[in-house]
Design a protein around this ligand. Structure first.
Ligand SMILES: [Fe+2]
Length: 379
């Protein structure tokens, strides 16, 4: 640990020096005439080091497909915040140093989180979060009935589609040939609202109150939100989310009986209307052994430990990467990317009534409530 800390500190100093590195290279050239052999070799060494840091930073910029303007903004942020050691960007500083040093995971990363491709150091890591520490959860829970009614109003409307991913997400090829499945039994369908920098406008228009709740009550939502529906007998295979910089909120809405979710070593039995937050960077999997289709509203939020500066910085990187990946995906002849697969699976469901076929009791309640409302209005 001490070695890593020492190594990181050295790298930070090198980033600090980085801004003047070009100057140093120029000065080294001018000074060559006056220097003796030893000085020459020492300056050459410094210059090589600077070049190496430049190269690493360049690789980092390229990983995120940054434009020149974005590179400028990122370099400014690093110079004004990271290099001077501002406490509000501690996590970014450590994460970046790890990246530049080729360290993939923080040393104290919990075993169940190690399979996650991106782990930012210094963020609290619990498989499930205590709702007591997240007071806004109650506010969302208070809106459960409103969200449920909007979900039920989607019956017979277009919008749900099978959940599919590119080839790297699973070994199970979908029978219809569109992408891979993450469930090895049952069916998993979704009604997207926000994902990968896309707002699904048509879907959002169908559930305006839910969108209002997401945008106004959630603290720093991550622009990932969707209704997730699994049929009886579904098993979603164990996997890790892509990053620990976000947490995942669940509101179980329909058909929840005998549905459970494991994250890390903890398994939770879901209850209708009882919201919770879990960290999907931990290994997790889900089972639905109930008799009705189970529907959960899923919304991602930025990790509460990240400062607003860190969220701003990480958003810049993420948006740049997603914009570039979307453009690249358009040229992908194999269609092996999220954007194409989401588009191709849009119209795969034969009927838009399938997801409530089993939920007879709930539907009856919904219909009678609707007719009561009608009576009230008309009388
Ligand atoms: Fe997941």
């Amino acid at each position: 640990m001490e070695d890593i800390a020492k190594q990181q500190q050295n790298q930070i100093s090198q980033v600090e020096e980085n801004n003047s590195a070009e100057k140093k290279v120029q000065n080294t050239d001018q000074d060559n005439h006056q220097s003796d052999d030893d000085e020459d070799s020492s300056k050459k060494e410094v210059s090589e080091k600077d070049k190496m840091i430049y190269q690493k930073l360049d690789d980092f910029y390229n990983d995120y497909y940054l434009t020149d303007f974005q590179k400028f903004a990122v370099a400014k942020f690093l110079r004004e915040n990271v290099a001077v050691g501002k406490p509000s960007v501690t996590r970014i500083r450590e994460w970046l140093m790890n990246k530049l040093n080729g360290v993939n995971k923080p040393a104290d990363c919990p075993a169940q989180q190690r399979g996650c491709p991106e782990v930012i150091p210094g963020l609290r890591a619990y498989p499930f979060w205590d709702s007591e520490n997240l007071p806004w959860i109650q506010k969302i829970q208070d809106n459960y009935e409103i969200i449920k009614q909007e979900l039920l109003s989607l019956r017979n409307q277009k919008g749900f589609q099978p959940y599919r991913g590119p080839s790297w997400t699973s070994d199970i090829k979908a029978k219809d040939g569109v992408g891979r499945k993450s469930n090895d039994s049952g069916d998993w369908n979704v009604f997207y609202l926000f994902l990968h920098n896309i707002k699904f406008e048509e879907n959002c228009k169908k559930v305006p109150k839910t969108i209002e709740i997401i945008e106004n009550i959630f603290p720093r939502h991550y622009h990932h939100a969707f209704f997730s529906a699994v049929t009886p007998g579904t098993h979603i295979m164990k996997h890790h989310g892509p990053t620990n910089k976000k947490l995942r909120f669940h509101m179980p809405i329909l058909g929840v009986k005998n549905s459970r979710l494991r994250a890390g070593d903890i398994t939770l039995n879901q209850e209708e209307g009882k919201c919770y937050v879990f960290d999907d960077s931990f290994e997790h999997e889900a089972w639905h052994d109930g008799d009705e289709t189970r529907i959960v509203l899923i919304i991602d939020i930025w990790h509460p430990d990240l400062s607003s500066e860190e969220v701003k910085f990480l958003s810049l990187l993420q948006n740049a990467k997603m914009r570039a990946e979307k453009i690249i995906s358009e040229q992908d002849a194999a269609n092996d990317n999220f954007y194409k697969i989401i588009e191709m699976s849009k119209d795969l469901l034969d009927s838009n009534d399938w997801w409530t076929n089993n939920n007879k009791e709930t539907l009856q309640q919904f219909e009678s409530q609707k007719s009561e409302e009608k009576n009230t209005i008309s009388s």
